[in-house]
Design a binder for this molecule. Structure first.
Ligand SMILES: *Cc1c(COP(=O)(O)O)cnc(C)c1O
Length: 413
C-alpha cells in the first residue's frame, strides 16, 4: 500500500513508484504530471560529459524551478533565456548561473534590466537595429558577449525555426564587422529547428558559419550551434546523440577560428523531454475517439496543433488488459472543437471510460505550455522512479558516463 503525502504542493510517494502505483493509490480525478528527476539528471550528465563545449539549457522548453535545480546540480551552469521573465526566474533560483539572453528581438527595457540588474552580458542579435538597441540599453558597455544569429535551413527538423529569426546571408558579413567593433567577445549562433532528425542539419549549418567568417574576416570567439537535438517519439527515432556531437566537433575543428574559441550548444528538448509524462483519465469513449481530461490547452498543445505523436500506455490496475490493439484519437476537456489530437494513438481495443492513460515524453514543450482555459489546467505532480517510455540515453551511454543509479539501467516493462 502506498501512502501519498503532500510536499510543497507536489505529491511524493514512497519507494519504487511508477504510473500504475499512482493510479492505484490515488485514482486521480485530475491529470497528474509524473516527474522523473533521474532521467533529467542522466540527460544533463550526458551533455556535460560528452559535448566538447558548453551546454546552455534553453529554459523555455520547461522552466520548472525543480528542473532548473536538477540541471544545475548535474553540471549545467549556463542558461539560454528568452525573456526578462526567464532572466528573473533563473536568477531567483540559481543566483550563480550564467544567463545568456538569446532571443534576437528584445525590448530595450528588457536588455537594460538584464544587464544592469541581473548581470547578463551575453545577448544575441540578428540586425543592426538590435545591435544599436543593445549598445544604447547598456550605455555602451565594453564587456558584452554578442552572438550574431544567422539564418540556416530547418529542412531536417520537425518544427521549423527558419522563417522568423536569423540575419540573411547577404547582411551577415556587415553585421559581424559592426558587432565586432562593440563586442568584447563575438559569437555566431544559429538554430537548425527543433527535433532535427539528422546530424547533417548541423554540418550544413556549420558551412554557413564558415562562409560568414571567411566573408567578414573577423575573429570569432564563440560558435553556438543552438538547440534542435532530438528526443524519441513514435515514428521519430533519431540516430544516437553522439553522432550529432561528432559532426559538430569535427565541423568546429575545421573552422577558421583561434584555438581559444569556445563551442556552445543550447539544448532544450533533449535535456527535458524524458523528465515528465502525464497521467490522464478517459472520461468517455465514442467509437475510436477518447475524451480525456487534458488536451490542446493543457500539456498536449503539440499533439493538437502540430499533430505530434506522443507515446501512450494504458495504466489499468487490474490485469485484464486485452491484447487486441486499435488506433485512437483524443479530445481534450475544453468545449472547443480544436481541442482534438488526431494521433493516431495505439491502445488496447477494450479501453473505456474510467481507464487511465500515461502520455509520455512531455517534459519538453508539454507542461510548459499549459493554460487554464475553461477552468482546466490544474495538475498535481508526483515523482516516480521508473524509466521514461523511451530514452536516447541508452544503457551503454549511461554506463559510459558512469550513471550508477539503478533506475537508469532498467528498461520499462
Ligand atoms: C527554442 C530554442 C532552443 C531550444 O531548442 P530545442 O529544439 O528545444 O533544443 C535553443 N535556442 C534558441 C535560441 C531557441 O529559441
Amino acid at each position: 500500500m502506498l501512502f501519498p503525502f503532500i510536499f510543497w504542493g507536489s505529491l511524493e510517494l514512497y519507494e519504487n513508484t511508477d504510473a500504475l502505483a499512482v493510479v492505484r493509490a490515488l485514482r486521480p480525478d485530475e491529470p497528474i504530471t509524473l516527474l522523473r528527476p533521474h532521467a533529467a539528471t542522466r540527460a544533463a550528465r550526458f551533455f556535460v560529459e560528452k559535448f566538447q563545449g558548453k551546454s546552455l539549457y534553453a529554459v523555455k522548453a520547461n522552466p520548472s524551478p525543480a528542473l532548473l535545480e536538477l540541471l544545475w546540480n548535474a553540471g549545467i551552469t549556463h542558461f539560454d533565456v528568452a525573456s526578462l521573465g526567464e532572466v528573473r526566474l533563473v536568477n531567483k533560483f540559481l543566483p550563480d548561473a550564467k544567463l545568456c539572453f538569446m532571443h534576437p528581438v528584445k525590448s530595450e527595457r528588457a536588455i537594460s534590466q538584464a544587464y544592469h540588474n541581473h548581470g547578463v552580458r551575453t545577448f544575441s542579435l540578428d540586425s543592426r537595429d538590435e545591435l544599436e538597441k543593445i549598445v544604447r540599453a547598456t550605455n555602451g558597455a565594453t564587456d558584452l558577449e554578442l552572438c550574431v544569429r544567422i539564418r540556416v535551413s530547418s529542412e531536417h527538423a520537425k518544427l521549423s525555426l527558419a522563417s522568423k529569426f536569423g540575419a540573411d546571408p547577404s547582411e551577415v558579413a556587415d553585421l559581424l564587422v559592426a558587432t565586432r567593433q562593440v563586442a568584447d567577445a563575438l559569437g555566431i549562433c544559429f538554430h537548425v529547428g527543433s527535433q532535427a532528425m539528422t546530424p547533417a542539419a548541423f554540418s550544413e549549418a556549420m558551412e554557413h558559419v564558415r562562409a560568414a567568417i571567411v566573408q567578414a574576416s573577423v575573429t570569432v570567439d564563440i560558435v553556438d550551434v543552438g538547440g534542435g537535438f532530438p528526443s524519441v517519439y513514435p515514428g521519430m527515432e533519431p540516430p544516437p546523440l553522439e553522432s550529432y556531437f561528432d559532426v559538430i566537433h569535427n565541423a568546429f575543428e575545421d573552422l577558421p577560428i583561434s584555438y581559444s574559441a569556445e563551442l556552445w550548444c543550447e539544448p532544450g528538448r533533449a535535456l527535458c523531454a524524458e523528465y515528465a509524462s502525464l497521467l490522464v483519465r478517459v472520461e468517455k469513449r465514442r467509437g475510436n475517439e477518447l475524451y480525456i481530461n487534458d488536451g490542446a490547452y493543457g500539456s498536449l498543445f503539440d499533439a493538437a496543433h502540430v499533430g505530434w505523436r506522443f507515446p501512450v500506455q494504458l495504466q489499468r490496475s487490474d490485469t485484464s488488459i486485452g491484447t487486441q490493439m486499435a488506433e485512437f484519437s483524443f479530445y481534450g476537456p475544453t468545449c472547443d472543437d480544436m481541442d482534438h489530437m488526431v494521433g493516431p494513438f495505439v491502445l488496447p481495443d477494450d479501453i473505456q471510460a474510467g481507464d487511465y492513460i500515461e502520455v509520455g515524453m512531455l517534459g519538453a514543450y508539454g507542461c510548459a505550455m499549459r493554460t487554464e482555459f475553461n477552468g482546466f489546467g490544474e495538475t498535481e505532480t508526483v515523482v516516480v522512479e521508473d524509466e521514461p517510455m523511451a530514452t536516447l540515453y541508452s544503457r551503454s551511454a549511461a554506463n559510459d558516463i558512469g550513471v550508477t543509479n539503478r533506475h537508469a539501467l532498467v528498461s520499462k516493462k
